[in-house]
Every structure is written in structure tokens, then in C-alpha cells.
Ligand binder design. Structure first.
Ligand SMILES: Cc1cc2nc3c(=O)[nH]c(=O)nc-3n(C[C@H](O)[C@H](O)[C@H](O)COP(=O)(O)OP(=O)(O)OC[C@H]3O[C@@H](n4cnc5c(N)ncnc54)[C@H](O)[C@@H]3O)c2cc1C
Length: 306
């Protein structure tokens, strides 16, 4: 399909937002990234399915984005279409017997919303997600976690649109969760998940959430834009401590800096480019390898053209 033709078809098919040549710094928490050829925000799973089918048929690359909080887009932008799941926002409660309930959440809902609903309903298990700024879909794809828990611990099932265009509900046992990763077939999109939670004491749950948010604001550089933890913790060792002990806190490249507050955060001082951030990631990796022999593996996703 020639580009003008697919753009026309995309505009005709989409009922929600369609933006062409849209700068990705507006859609990532770290605030860098050149233009995507197009960015769409489908309003239903059916629409998402139709859009993806159209793009696949035309051989147009597709990349799914939730809240863009673990994502760096290079300065040259993305050749293809960014599909943002923010239009799929439903979150509902399903009471179950025996002191349990489930929360069904669509991909574009904020993890924070699931945390808030679970606390209101006195359901325990989601507290560890307090302060993780991602969406449900991004969280599931990344198997987001903190304080010893991960999303796989509370997920009962995940709804997927697979690369071939069919919808499928997968139980947790049928899915391959790893540390900060869910292995999915090429091109699959997470449409939502079902969280299975036990009833607990509402006051205690709210207390744990307040405690976690307090700890986070004392440890994370929340006054600056970032993409969260840059590197995975190698073999359970905190990457932040390794970077700190290598003396790299404060290391700066252009508008990007290794946070003085937390070694595993690279912050945008205001004028950073993706080149600065990615260059600094490379520099930290190199210096850590030289000093310790450890090869840090990035947790953040990097896409697009130089
Ligand atoms: C201040 C701060 C603190 C953070 N703290 C934590 C933390 O404690 N623990 C933690 O694990 N993470 C943390 N993060 C990182 C981030 O919030 C999580 O990884 C989150 O789960 C990413 O969700 P997202 O919607 O922003 O994903 P995005 O950044 O939009 O995408 C991340 C990846 O998921 C894929 N993806 C997104 N949606 C879908 C979908 N529907 N289907 C298929 N693939 C999809 C994308 O293609 C991409 O590969 C933090 C980030 C920040 C900025």
C-alpha cells in the first residue's frame, strides 16, 4: 500500500484520535522522541482489531503503547503506526464467593485505577503497584513489579489479540512470565487482564499503599521526567546500587543525567534528546562493565530511527 492510501484508510476506519507525524516526546514519560508516521487511539477492542488488520495487510509496522512510561523513542521517530491503548479504559469488579473478588481491567486503564478500586473494595494484593505509572496492558507486557511482587502473582488471565487478528483469553499458567517480561507471539496485543484478589482489611491495605507511595517519593526522582528503572536488576542485585558503587550517579550527557537520588534512573533535565539518554545508557553500561564485569541489560524499551 502506498503511504497516502494507508493514511486515507486509517482516517476512514478510526473513530478515535488519529494523528499524523506526531512527536513521540508528547507520549513518553521521559519526554523524548521524534515523530511517528501516525498515532491512533482506538476506542474499542473491535476498532483496534480492525486497525491492526488494515495495517498488517498493508505491511505497515505497528507498535503498541500504553502510557509510555517505560519507553524511549529515538529522535528520528518511528516509521509505522503507534497504537495507543488509552481508549480502552473499562475497569469492573466481579464479586466472587469465599472472600475473593476479581477486577477486570482493559489494557488502557491505569494500574493506579486498579490499585484505587482494590483499596476501596478492601481487596488485597495490588498494593505493590501503587506508584507504578503504567497502564494495565504495559504492566502485563512488562510483568511490572516492586517490593517482591509482580503482576503475574495476581493475574488470573490475560486477553490477547494475536498477530493473526484473533481474540483469545489465556490463563496465567498458559503464559510465559519472566522478570519484567511476558513472552508473547510476534505482534500480539494485550487487551486486558483479570486480577484475582482476596478480601482483606481496607485500613491495612490503604496503609500499605500510603507506605509504598511514601517510600517511592523518598527514593525516586519524581520531580524530573524519566522512564523508571533503566536497567534490570542482574541476578537479584539492585542495578541502582551497582551504578552508585561504580561512582556514576550524577554522570551527565547533554540534557540527560544519572539521577543523584537513584542510580537506576536517568532523568531528562529538560532539554534531553533521545540521543543523550541512549548515549548515557551506553556510557553507564560501559563503565559498569569495565569496573565490575557485569553487563547491565536495559529494562526500558527503545524503538525508532536514529
Ligand atoms: C517514575 C517511574 C516509576 C516506575 N516504577 C516502576 C516499578 O516500580 N516497577 C516496574 O515494573 N516498572 C516501573 N516503571 C516503569 C513502567 O511504569 C512500567 O514498566 C509499566 O508497566 C509500563 O507501562 P506503560 O503502559 O507505560 O507501558 P509503555 O511504556 O507504553 O510500553 C512498555 C512496553 O510494553 C508494550 N506494551 C504496552 N502496552 C501494550 C499492550 N496493550 N499490548 C502489548 N504490548 C504492550 C510496549 O510495546 C512496550 O514494549 C516506572 C516508571 C516511572 C516513570
Amino acid at each position: 500500500m502506498h503511504e497516502p492510501e494507508w493514511r486515507k484508510q486509517l482516517r476512514e476506519l478510526a473513530t478515535g484520535t488519529v494523528l499524523f507525524d506526531e512527536r513521540m516526546d508528547r507520549h513518553t514519560s521521559i519526554g523524548v522522541g521524534g515523530p511517528a508516521d501516525a498515532l491512533v487511539v482506538p476506542e474499542s477492542t473491535a476498532e483496534l482489531g480492525r486497525l491492526v488488520a488494515l495495517l498488517r495487510a498493508g505491511g505497515i509496522p505497528v507498535f503498541f503503547v500504553g502510557n509510555g512510561t517505560n519507553l524511549i523513542v529515538r529522535d528520528g521517530g518511528f516509521r509505522g503506526v503507534i497504537v495507543v491503548t488509552k481508549g480502552l479504559r473499562s475497569v469492573r469488579l466481579e464479586p466472587r464467593g469465599e472472600g475473593r473478588a476479581a477486577i477486570h481491567a482493559a489494557a488502557g486503564a491505569a494500574l493506579a485505577e486498579v490499585v484505587a478500586l482494590s483499596a476501596r473494595e478492601g481487596l488485597a494484593g495490588m498494593e505493590f503497584c501503587a506508584g507504578i505509572p503504567g497502564s494495565v496492558g504495559g504492566g502485563i507486557r512488562m510483568n511490572a513489579g516492586a517490593y517482591g511482587s509482580e503482576l503475574k502473582d495476581v493475574l488470573e488471565s490475560v486477553d490477547l489479540l494475536n498477530g493473526g487478528g484473533s481474540f483469545r483469553r489465556c490463563t496465567r499458567s498458559a503464559l510465559q512470565f519472566e522478570y519484567r517480561h511476558l513472552a508473547l507471539p510476534e505482534g500480539a496485543c494485550v487487551l486486558g487482564g483479570v486480577f484475582d484478589l482476596a478480601r482483606g482489611d481496607r485500613g491495612a491495605i490503604e496503609g500499605r499503599i500510603r507506605g509504598i507511595l511514601g517510600t517511592r517519593s523518598g527514593k525516586h526522582p519524581l520531580q524530573h521526567r524519566s522512564a523508571g528503572s533503566v536497567f534490570k536488576n542482574p541476578r537479584g542485585m539492585p542495578a541502582g546500587r551497582i551504578i552508585d558503587e561504580a561512582g556514576l550517579k550524577g554522570l551527565t550527557l547533554g540534557g540527560a543525567r544519572v539521577s543523584e537520588m537513584h542510580g537506576n534512573f536517568i532523568v531528562n533535565l529538560g532539554s534531553a534528546t533521545a540521543r543523550d539518554i541512549i548515549g548515557l545508557i551506553g556510557l553507564v553500561r560501559e563503565r559498569v562493565r569495565e569496573k565490575t564485569g557485569i553487563d547491565l541489560e536495559p529494562e526500558v524499551k527503545i524503538i525508532g530511527e536514529e
